[in-house]
Design a protein around this ligand. Sequence first.
Ligand code: FES
Length: 229
Amino acid sequence: LPSMLPGQFAELKVEGSETTFLRRPISINYVDEEKNEVWFLIHEVGDGTRKLGAMAPGDTLSVVMPLGNGFTMPASPDEKVLLVGGGVGTAPLLYMGKKMADMGCRPSFLLGGRSAGDLMQLDMFAELGDVYLTTEDGSAGERGFVTQHSLWGEGQRFDRIATCGPKPMMVAVARCAQERGIDCEASLENMMACGLGACLCCVENTVEGNLCVCKEGPVFNTKKLLWQI
Ligand code: FES
């Protein structure tokens, strides 16, 4: 496997799908270097992702990876980093947590979903750091959104925040970070096609003009984004 940074993604080719001609961008969920494995967490939302989800062991898949940039890694092992994920957006945070643990950091994970069933890989997260949960229906962790979790009010100090998930959640997380003067990076999930900076269908308007999320991102410091924070 090539070496991969947490936050980078892959483009997976969907074979045998009548409606999917393009590759699907899927974030790198985990890399097991010993077993030479890369993991993808697939949320089956359409024909393409359903085909991917239906693959069986032994099937082959055309993958272009790694693409894009990654999250900024802590500068030292004692940096306190909060990783905030929503739904399937928690996927790249697992690999981020692993890379942090490899360098002696213990991250905090704040993971949210609509209900307990949306929260995945919790055992693995718990092995890497401290896990805080929210669900909208209260079936796991605290009831509400990630930004309503009590940890924000507990005076815990974080040096850096990284987030991935639905855009409204990331905007709210960026606001929490800004209010506290904490540096925040978000991994954007704009629509993508080529994944290589050629088709321009993924552009995001930033303080530096329109940037391709697939090439200049998907990870951006939220200060660069023209979000209404
Ligand atoms: Fe084509 Fe980004 S997906 S330019």
